[in-house]
Structures are given as C-alpha cells and as structure tokens.
Design a protein around this ligand. Sequence first.
Ligand SMILES: *Cc1c(COP(=O)(O)O)cnc(C)c1O
Length: 390
Amino acid sequence: MGLSFLVVKYLRPTLFKAGKGFSILDIEKLANEHLLPIKPYIPGKPVEEVQRELGIDDVVKMASNENIFGPSPKVVEAICKAASAVNFYPDGGSYYLRTAIAEKFGVKFENVMVGSGVDELLRILCVSVLGPGDEIIFADPSFVMYGISAMVANAGMVKVPLRDGYYHDIPAMIDSITDRTKMIFVCNPNNPTGTIVKKDEIDLLMEKVPENVLVVMDEAYYEYVQDPDYPQTMEYFKQGKNIVVFRTFSKAYGLAGLRVGYGFVEEKLGEVFHRVRNPFNVNLLAQTAALVALEEQENVRRVVDSTVAGKEQIYAGLDAMGIRYVPTEANFILIDCETESVPVFEALLRKGVIVRPGQFLGFPTCIRVSICLEKENERFLVALKEVLGK
Ligand SMILES: *Cc1c(COP(=O)(O)O)cnc(C)c1O
C-alpha cells in the first residue's frame, strides 16, 4: 500500500486524463526507493469525520492527547491581534520566542531550536545526523515518528522491546549500542504506555552511552508528570552532555493546531539544524501564541491539576469494572480491553466517543484514551461499560 495506493488514487487518473505515458512503475522508479516501505502516520479520527459518517452530532475526541481546556484567553487574544499581519512573513529566526525559552530554561539563545511541532524537529535531527548505514535505537512500542524520521533519512533502526510489556528497558537499550548507533531515543513519558524512565535509569544511560552517541529525550508530556523520580534531563544538557531535549506547546500548553515544538541542542548541532530547517518553519501566529502561552504558567498548572483529577476519575471507573490499565504519568491512559481493540473502537465511535485503537500502536487488545474533563471522562466510562458488557 502506502505510496502506490496514493499513486493509484490520485496521480494515475490525473496523468491518464492528461494523456501522459507514465505508468505506476515509472513513478515507483522516480520516487526514492528507501521511502517506499514507510507506512504513513495514522492520526486520530477527526470529530467532523465521525459526525459525517455516523450522523452523530455530539462527538467527543479522546484520541490524540489534545488539551481539552484549549489555549488561555490571553493567547487567543494575541492570535486575533496578530491575524491582521499574516500578509508578512514571520521572523524566520523566531527571535523573541527562542529568547524567552532560553531565559526560562537558563540556556543560551543558540541552544534553543523551534519547529513546526516536535515532529518537525525529529525530522530535522534525523536528516541532519543520519545516513545509510547509521542506526538509531528506541523502545518498542513507542512513538512511531522516530522510525518514520529515521527511514526518511535512509537510516536503520533497532527496536528494543519494552520490559514487562510497558517500560523502557534501559540496560537492553545500552546493550544494543554498536558502531552503527548514532542516537538513542527515549520517549519519557512513553507514548502510548504513559510510563516513565526514572532518574537512576537515565543516570545509568548517561554513564554508559559512548560520547559519540546522542541521547534524544522526547519530553512531550513533561508538564504532566507527578512522579518525584522523574529525571530533570536539562541538568545533563547544561553540563554539556551528549543529550538533546525536546518539549512541545501541543499538549499542556494547548496549541496543537498551531504546531510549535522546541528543543535544546548543542550550539554546533544547532547550526546544522538551521541549515536543514525551512526558513520560516514556525508561522507568525504560532510564534505569537507560544510566546504568550509561555507566560501563562498558571494556565498550565490548571490543566495539569485537572488532568490528574481526571486520571483518578478514570482509574476509579475502570477499577470498579475490573478493567486493567497502565498507570500513567501523561494525559492519556492505555487500557487493556482483553479483546481485539478495533471492534471496541468502532462500538465506542457509534456512541460518539473517539479513542485510539491499539492495533496501530503495538497493543492490539488495548485502547489509548486521552484524559478530558469530568463530563467526557464519565461519558467514556459509561460507553465502555456498555461496549464491554461490564
Ligand atoms: C504529541 C507527541 C509529540 C509531538 O508533538 P508536536 O505536536 O509535533 O509537537 C512528540 N512526541 C510524542 C511522544 C508525542 O506524543
């Protein structure tokens, strides 16, 4: 499937109509061969799609770990004000945003990279660092974009199975390092399990990893973590260790639709990033919104507190039904339905609740559910009870 499916669906009829002599085979020769095995990322099902397909008005999306609270009112106000200036290109160097991030975290301006989501920063990093013959190491299952980004860079990957089903196996990841290894990705908290790697394990990793191997910390859910043993990896960065730290405005800050991620990289590596990134990779509204959002820490705290309360609510509901789940440090919960997840996902859809089926996340009997407000959480619990006949 993949590309050839797209070619059949879109390109072929167009080319045919134009009377060109191309065939599918020609296109497959034209495209870079190493890209063809990539399976495109499958996002959560959009609300509008469910409304259209099933004719249900009242639909709640709990599928993409979005922030149901939305951005703070000050952020919305700033976006509206900035909207009349979108005829101008944004500041290509994102000067004000990067300066504010550098100040907040106590690093140099040159250490701060911003991108169109962490997704783009992962892509830039892989393209900057990897090539044929190189490898990255990451946990399995984990965030699927690591593998996709490595494949775009024509590099290989070593996937280290999660320990006890849900936890990063740091010693096994260390044992997997070879001459080919260029980077080790740690998703902390891990998506889709919500589990964390604790400080002692990161200490071990940083002690054992060779200096020419870069440790990449993906901390997209950093703000939600409650466990006191969660490592503060910025300290390693400030000590000049071989580490990159990524964070995002998409989750706790509630700006997923604007696409802003940030990262801390060593200065020289940063210079490579600037060569590779698009010249205006964070748009004008996104820069404006992120700058204001960074000031709104009170809002982040509210979001996190409410998410923690929602987590307890969902735990209690699942416990009462005897349904197993993985205790989470993020804003989503992996729930084991102990039956194939796609029919459960479809049955929940018919009740207007969108979750993510585990089929494509490496957990075929699980669903991943984003924590929302009390009302949505309750609606999900009631729907799940009916669907699983508990
Ligand atoms: C959501 C997510 C990201 C990326 O988010 P962006 O919207 O691209 O900033 C990165 N890593 C993990 C593990 C995520 O779940």
